[in-house]
Design a protein around this ligand. Structure first.
Ligand SMILES: [Zn+2]
Ligand SMILES: [Zn+2]
Length: 137
């Protein structure tokens, strides 16, 4: 089972994953391309291929409402349903890391869908930090 935990990555995939792991916020494909231009990424298809493959391997998530990508923060389970909390003010995105929620979501999805293709659940609003700032302003 060890090999399933550490999927083999191409150098391009490693570079993209590293960038996303260190980014404070989710990045769009365009932002990734311009960040990685010095690293030899010259065309959008290069970025999209790496992103597609990382998505399939469960190492990153696509935040649909932002059209952006973020590294998964619990890469030990490549098959989870991930709720995200998105702050509309500062753009912070938190992956809600709850095995109980993931299990419940999987069960609910399984009752309606024979095959699950997208595992995305997004909540958006104002994060605690921004709410505090707003209150004290
Ligand atoms: Zn995740
Ligand atoms: Zn915020």
């Amino acid at each position: 089972m060890k090999s399933a935990r550490a999927p083999k990555l191409t150098p391009h995939e490693q570079t993209v994953l590293k960038l996303l792991s260190h980014a404070p916020k989710p990045l769009t494909a365009y932002a990734i391309l311009s960040e990685l231009h010095p690293a030899g990424f010259r065309s959008p298809p290069t970025v999209y291929r790496a992103l597609e493959s990382l998505l399939k391997k469960g190492l990153i998530h696509r935040i649909e409402s932002l059209n952006a990508y973020t590294a998964c923060n619990h890469a030990e389970d490549h098959n989870h349903i991930s709720p995200f909390a998105i702050c509309n003010a500062c753009g912070t995105v938190e992956e809600i890391n709850s095995a109980a929620i993931a299990r419940a979501m999987k069960k609910i999805a399984g009752e309606f869908l024979a095959q699950l293709e997208k595992r995305v659940l997004e909540f958006s609003g104002i994060c605690h930090n921004c709410a505090k700032k707003h209150r004290s302003a």
